[in-house]
Design a protein around this ligand. Sequence first.
Ligand SMILES: Cc1cc2nc3c(=O)[nH]c(=O)nc-3n(C[C@H](O)[C@H](O)[C@H](O)COP(=O)(O)OP(=O)(O)OC[C@H]3O[C@@H](n4cnc5c(N)ncnc54)[C@H](O)[C@@H]3O)c2cc1C
Length: 437
Amino acid sequence: MIIILGGGLTGLTSAYQLEKNRKNYLLFEKENVLGGLCRSVEKNGFVFDYTGHFLHFSEEQRSVKDFVFNLLKNDLLKIHRNAKIYTKYSETKDKLLPYPYQANIKFLSKEIRKNCLLQLLNSQLLLKTKKIFNFEDYLIKNFGSKITKYFFKPYNEKLWKEKIYNITTSWAKKFVPIPDLEEILDSFLKKRLKDYGYNTYFYYPKNYGIQKLIDEIKSRLNNKKILTSLEVIKIDYKKKEIFFKHGNTYHTIKYDKLISTIPLPELLKITNFSSQIKNVSYNLKYSSVLCFNIVLNKPVLKGIHWIYFPDKDVIFYRLGCYHNISKFLVLPNYGSLYVEVGFKKNQKYDENKIFNQVVKDLIKTKIIFSEKQIVFYDILKIPYAYVIYDFYKDKVVPYILKFLKKNDIYSIGRYGEWKYSYMTENIQDAINTVNIL
Ligand SMILES: Cc1cc2nc3c(=O)[nH]c(=O)nc-3n(C[C@H](O)[C@H](O)[C@H](O)COP(=O)(O)OP(=O)(O)OC[C@H]3O[C@@H](n4cnc5c(N)ncnc54)[C@H](O)[C@@H]3O)c2cc1C
């Protein structure tokens, strides 16, 4: 018997693969709905995700692309990214710089533009041998000190809620690729740039939110094996048993292999490991996100999908426009935004105060002109949002994952493997894991 913990995308894809291979399994999900972070919520005719959830496929992900396309048939929109960066240093009228920053410094104000380019060339030509110890070194060596100062440092510190010199580079090459000098120079000389970055196109369900993907997987599974509203509260890894509560009684089930997609710190806390291993869970860092879904009486930001906000004096680090993604997410002639605010792990906050600040900053950045434009809003909480790649995580997590595997526990997915990853990678994680069981 294989037990799966968690009914998000990773858990459900694992179930799908196990069913295909005719293996015996049971999936436990603590919530009364499936989907985890790939859920969508419907309110007054509007559909919200847990902030924008878009499908990106890399060249190597052929089989994952086939998997998603087979599930959703042709019901997918292919969208050409239109992302911006809000910066007070932009010379554009709306202060919106096209994304990515390093390819668009020609739009910055004169002095800043000169400094950014000078330091970028300096770093590329003179810092070739500079040793890299942390993410700050990585940025300065590859982008120069000014682009780091004006964009990467404030944006990343806002997102991670951690100083960038405490962050390692083990994740960086994939998400912050090293710039190509020729492309940077082209960005000054040519009017039109070729597409830049790894996610220039993305996909999204045509007729609903991202939960459509979850619904399609679920419809292909044996319902009796997918158990919702059942939280696994204890694991005995020596006896290979999980414990859960149903009504007023406790139950136990034996497993041969366990696929866990719940956050790694939670798994360590509920399993009867030594106190040394349990302690790891308290030292792993992550950030949380509050997602404000805000409906407006008319659409704003024509054609823009999302905007990054590096500046410290704006509370949110990113916002996106559901109405520019798919007409199925909004009622005609309305606007709908997701606005993301980051917090440190376990940080206390007052939702109303944060919302008031969000509104003030939407007005300050001229996204809206008055509070009266807001028809209603809804808050979605993401307690585990971004795993923080500090030196402790890089050292300890590989060891923990290896130890778990030795004991037939496969901890996978974005939070199970404790990594910065996205949906298509998590589908791949599930396929790879089931293949080796
Ligand atoms: C702000 C934000 C924006 C994102 N945007 C994108 C994007 O645009 N594109 C993209 O590809 N990816 C995006 N992602 C990443 C994406 O959400 C994840 O990669 C993916 O949803 C992870 O799925 P999962 O199944 O591994 O984890 P989860 O979705 O977290 O699922 C884990 C499940 O385990 C359940 N669970 C927890 N504890 C227990 C327990 N004890 N017993 C039983 N069940 C339990 C939870 O309820 C949950 O349903 C984003 C993530 C964040 C935070």
